[in-house]
Design a protein around this ligand. Sequence first.
Ligand SMILES: [Zn+2]
Length: 465
Amino acid sequence: MRTLITNGTIVTAEGSSEADMLIDGETIAHIGRDLAGAGMAADETIDAAGRYVIPGAIDVHTHMELPFGGTFAKDTFETGTRAAAFGGTTTIVDFAVQTRGRSLREGLDAWHAKAEGKAVADYGFHMIMSDVNDDTLAEMDHLVAEGVPDFKLFTAYPGVFYSDDGAIFRAMQQTAKNGGLIMMHAENGMAIDVVAADLVSAGKTDPYYHGVARYPIFEGEATNRVIRLAEAAGVPVYIVHLSARDALDELRAARDRGAMAFAETCPQYLFLSLDDMKDGFEGAKYICSPPLRPADHQEELWRGLVKDDLQVVSTDHCPFDFEGQKELGRDDFRKVPNGLPGVEDRVDLLHDGGVVGGRLSRERWVEVISTAPAKLFGMYPRKGAVAVGSDADLVVYDPNRTRTISARTHHMDVDYSCYEGREVQGASDVVLSRGAVIVRDGEFTGRPGHGQFIKRSTADVARMG
Ligand SMILES: [Zn+2]
């Protein structure tokens, strides 16, 4: 199967150009002007006039079917990757979970089983480490060799995912030997639990108090601490879902002194705020951790993206229905499952708020949604690039079409949207995964099982600073 994409503006992290491209099978075979005129025949031609052609977006932080708080995140690998595809995202990296007391292998196998034969687009895995001990440290080396080279640890969620500083440092030392990357959820969970218990004792049980309890300074403190530990171990570290100015300040200071510290933020921290949590129990729709912050943190995060202190925007997609799932915490915000839907809307929100909003160039937009995650997570230039030999994961993107975000029309398997009624400018028209059209003009044309596991390499780019 050969496909020609003509008349589009190819936008990459490096620049933009008017060119055609020929896809042969699963990869990009030629890029150049007037390829049809040059005699290159194709089975199908996609006219991209007036539109961008960008590398498929990559979301390196999703939680399909994550068990949390006695329930499961609702999207499966099928519904989740399909929703992602509608929104221009053609690769996800999800978090396999080690259950406490079990092996990493068992957790990874379970996630392979969830995804295999079901994902409609490509996927990889990071590994959540719940126990750090001699056995799991040895297992890390095997996972790195199998293309699962990143390990997420938590300074939050005492009693669930929490690791103490010694455990974190041991895991970091192991990555100094095996080339892996430690990803950190950096909030001081011990201190948060004290504040949360005090609030609940005082009768403050509404979802809003979830946001109140998790002080920005607790994120700043933990961010500094884990970066310092990484510096001591001589390894890079990646901060997931950075939300607060306090944490960004610590990250920037660390990078300025030469630390190999990297971070992502998420659309919810750029577009939503603590005010969204004020409407009684409706606020549960916005419960995630770290929580939404006061609105004055948003512009600082945008500046962090512009200046490359923040390298990536991912979603932390972790959808729970309002009815029946978020409601588990009606009497106590601590029992509301943490997580928001978002995998479908990231690309358009960032285009609208970033490019249309005058904050990001279109090239920087492509970089933070696709190219930088590909580089940091060992997929470049197979993914995240528009280049000869790269996978033909491509999006024909209309920068002028507007759409209104709504739970009535989204494809995520969840009963609400955090962005209900918001109009965004920019939308994906045609989405290709390894050469196959999987979404065209609002119709799904892919199939479960098309998505393949991406065996990733260690991210040398993280070690170059
Ligand atoms: Zn997460």
